[in-house]
Design a protein around this ligand. Structure first.
Ligand code: NAP
Length: 260
């Protein structure tokens, strides 16, 4: 898809996921639009994309509306993680207010298959509760932001995997740390769980390929998985592949409202 320069769309991609990076790489190769990829700034050394990028929050809904207006953004693709519900909610409200078409790029959630032993819960406090009173060896593949929830359950021995080395001590009394950046593979995750003698895995239902190895490894090892369901976000148009985003960019998606 190649648009004449005068018609080039200005696209904001809300990122922080492998899908957002894949979209950026595809757009860099073909450059049908002027795109900027936005990161929250949670990781110390984000893998920088081959397109323009920015880092940091917008300042809530009003800040995002101002950004869309100041940067003359024509379209927004929300490729944030399914658990980044606040950013997704802000994107729906701000795009609606600014009359900017919004598309979410989101993988379908994982579904249990034969051999899986999932305990599905609605949030991380429920996940911590589901580990039970007896001490267990637990793999926490949930990022660093909510580890303190598990501090109230000090009877367990935790293995925590983080993208960056933590800036201070982890809030868990009995913890081993692995610092590694995905995507992860099955052999590596299986070996990690075996070496730690993990008895139960806690995971967010991210969907997609980049983080699924731990779920497959748990199935192969017969381990239960406490699977946190996705948080609710307001309804928005959603696709699952970069190709579908490109198709959307190639078609008219007239803003519902203009002039904010
Ligand atoms: P969140 O709770 O939904 O968002 C909190 C605030 O962070 C937002 O209100 C916004 O600040 C800012 N923010 C989030 N994503 C942003 C982006 N792409 N660009 C600019 N600002 C952004 O988000 P979160 O769960 O903390 O996730 C933060 C980032 O990590 C996201 O980019 C997400 O894709 C990525 N990530 C999250 C998870 C997870 O499990 N939550 C896992 C992997 C990757 P303002 O209100 O100031 O605009």
């Amino acid at each position: 898809m190649t648009l004449p320069l005068t018609q080039r769309l200005r696209l904001l991609i809300l990122g922080g996921t492998a899908d957002a990076s894949a979209l950026a790489a595809t757009l860099a190769a073909d450059a049908p639009v002027d795109a900027v990829l936005s990161f929250a700034g949670r990781t110390d050394n984000p893998k920088l994309p081959p397109i323009p990028w920015r880092i940091g929050g917008f300042g809530g809904v009003d800040g995002l509306i101002n950004y869309l207006r100041d940067e003359k953004i024509d379209r927004v693709v929300d490729a944030t993680h399914p658990f980044a519900a606040q950013m997704s909610r802000h994107a729906v409200i701000a795009c609606n207010a600014a009359g900017v078409p919004l598309l979410a790029l989101e993988r379908a959630p994982w579904r249990p298959v034969a051999g899986d032993r999932w305990i599905e819960v609605d949030d991380l406090p429920q996940a911590a509760d589901a580990l039970g009173a007896q001490p267990r060896r637990v793999f926490l593949g949930i990022g660093r932001q909510n580890l303190d929830i598990f501090a109230a359950y000090p009877q367990h021995a935790y293995l925590v995997r983080l993208v960056d080395p933590p800036r201070g001590p982890l809030p868990l009394p009995n913890v081993e740390l692995v610092v590694a950046r995905g995507p992860f593979d099955l052999a590596g995750d299986r070996a990690m769980l075996e070496a730690h003698r993990t008895e139960i895995v806690v995971a967010k239902n991210a969907g997609g390929d980049a983080a699924v190895a731990k779920i497959t490894a748990a199935r192969e090892l017969g381990l239960p998985v406490v699977m946190v369901r996705r948080p609710a976000v307001p309804a928005r148009r959603t696709v699952a592949t970069v190709a579908e985003v490109l198709a959307w960019l190639g078609h008219d998606a007239a803003p519902e409202k203009r002039g904010v």
